[in-house]
Design a protein around this ligand. Structure first.
Ligand SMILES: Cc1cc2nc3c(=O)[nH]c(=O)nc-3n(C[C@H](O)[C@H](O)[C@H](O)COP(=O)(O)O)c2cc1C
Length: 210
């Protein structure tokens, strides 16, 4: 069945190519979404490397991600508060899902669970990350799926993956290899260094456009 999802209009009607160009990340505002996959710990390394490269990072974690890794880890490496609830307890009442998207030059979700991919595909907004991703569809957005290989190969998950790609989300990975559960197959999150190369390619197109 053809997806009826609208397509992003950035840039050039939804086409961010993953070519070989790259840009430095100095001053780039990156909104990092972390969902509840076992590779969430690798997202701390990603956040640390992006911050070291000069990017400004704000992080949103799902409740399930917070079961696997502490928000403090991201706060420590980014020097920024981590957002975990749509009902922010922050004193900064100006921060909401909409403001976070306005602030961002691009959005990266790593790891992206089967669940968050399904929510984005279905337009479901039941927590801060899914609501933010529903707002951000006109921004450059990159997802790094990570899950068990049977989950990844599930036809429903593949339908959702296709739907988010049609909506303009770029994907990096997943890669084949040994998974946390001990199985071998497709489902490993792309390594942070490689995700950064993908981000640099997208950043080069943002800079060219501006
Ligand atoms: C230890 C553990 C590891 C998990 N790893 C993954 C994973 O890598 N990918 C995935 O899609 N789900 C994984 N799950 C299941 C998700 O946490 C679950 O589907 C959850 O609803 C995802 O919620 P979120 O997308 O809101 O973070 C894992 C669960 C547990 C308990």
């Amino acid at each position: 069945m053809e997806s009826t999802l609208p397509t992003k209009n950035w840039p050039d009607n939804n086409r961010i190519s993953m070519g070989r160009e790259s840009a430095n990340l100095e001053g780039l505002n990156i909104l990092l979404g972390v969902s509840g996959g076992v590779s969430a710990y690798k997202a701390v390394d990603l956040a640390s490397k992006l911050t070291a490269a000069g990017a400004n990072l704000k992080t949103i974690m799902t409740e399930n991600a917070c079961q696997l890794i502490m928000p403090k880890s991201f706060e420590a490496v980014t020097g920024e508060q981590v957002y975990t609830s749509i009902w922010s307890s922050s004193g900064d009442f100006k921060i909401s899902h909409v403001n976070l998207v306005d602030w961002a030059d691009m959005v990266v979700v790593a790891p992206a669970t089967a669940n968050i991919i399904g929510k984005v595909a279905g337009g479901i907004c039941d927590d801060l990350l899914s609501t933010t991703l529903c707002v951000c569809w006109q921004k450059p957005a990159l997802m790094a799926p990570a899950m068990n290989n049977n989950m990844w190969e599930n036809p429903a998950v593949q339908r959702n993956v296709k739907a988010i790609q049609e909506a303009g989300f770029k994907l990096t990975g997943p890669q084949e290899g040994r998974l946390a559960c001990g199985d071998v197959g497709a489902g490993r999150m792309t390594e942070p260094a490689e995700i950064i190369r993908d981000i640099e390619q997208i950043a080069s197109q943002i800079k060219k456009k501006n």
